[in-house]
Design a binder for this molecule. Structure first.
Ligand code: SF4
Length: 251
């Protein structure tokens, strides 16, 4: 039996897929987005967070059957709320075999995968084909800018996106709005062109910028150094998508 490292289990989540959901946040992410609002989810190891009331350890190991039992105990509430379970992060693809084993043990619950898309083909296919919905986060279409702001190449992400469009799993594309970076007209235009006429795309969601993110870094022993002007207003221009026939909403 596999075990996985989880840094949060959010109950009654309403922004991670349809209905009322429990979101399992897997610890460890290969990206290092300069706007990341879950810095405690980046390291693939347990770590100590320093708070005003003392230290606490973030990152708990679960065997797959223990996590599945915990989730199955919530099944009635989640079904009544037309929701289910979302696997998020960090990056769930980094613990894909564990997540797959948990899903296998779930009691017919609706499942969603919230992913940056950064992972191997096998891991991506293995999870994307298994869940009922994929929440695919796209950030920057330009490879140079993507590397600059996330520390990673976007080619594997775009290849996995192409694979997703050939599966039957429906998906929502989520775009974090970062002032002057992801909300730039050139980026949103390139993204809208890329997403034109994609089968099974339910919609694009432009996510608000989280200005509280910086506060968590010090507790995690990290430094928040956004490589952009945080004080600028974000410009989430939906018309760039709608004019191209791509359904889009502000989340
Ligand atoms: S992909 Fe998500 S979890 Fe990973 S660094 Fe970026 S914002 Fe943070």
């Amino acid at each position: 039996m596999l075990r996985g490292l989880v840094f949060d289990i959010r109950e009654f989540a309403v922004h991670d897929g349809p209905g009322i959901r429990t979101t399992v946040c897997l610890k460890g992410c290969p990206l290092h987005c300069s706007w990341c609002h879950n810095p405690e989810g980046i390291s693939p190891s347990p770590q100590t967070l320093k708070g005003m009331t003392g230290d606490r350890t973030v990152g708990q190991w679960f065997e797959s059957d223990r996590l599945a039992s915990l989730l199955n105990r919530q099944a009635d509430v989640l079904r009544r709320g037309h929701g289910g379970v979302t696997f998020s992060g960090g990056e769930p693809l980094a613990q894909a075999a564990f997540v797959a084993e948990v899903i296998e043990r779930l009691d017919s619950l609706h499942t969603a995968l919230d992913t940056s898309g950064y992972g191997t083909e096998a891991d991506f296919r293995g999870l994307a084909a298994r869940v009922d919905l994929v929440l695919f986060d796209l950030k920057l279409m330009d490879p140079v800018l993507h590397h600059r702001y996330t520390g990673c190449d976007n080619a594997p992400i775009l290849r996995n996106f192409e694979r997703l469009t050939k599966l039957e799993t429906p998906y929502i594309v989520r775009v974090p709005m970062t002032p002057g970076v992801t909300d730039a007209r050139a980026n949103l235009t390139a993204m809208a062109e890329f997403l034109r006429n994609r089968p099974n795309l339910q919609r694009v969601e432009l996510l608000p910028y989280n200005r509280a993110a910086g506060g968590k870094y010090a507790a995690a022993g990290m430094v928040f150094e956004p490589d952009f002007d945080e004080t600028q207003a974000v410009r989430p221009d939906l018309t760039i998508f709608l004019d191209r026939g791509v359904p889009a909403v502000l989340a």
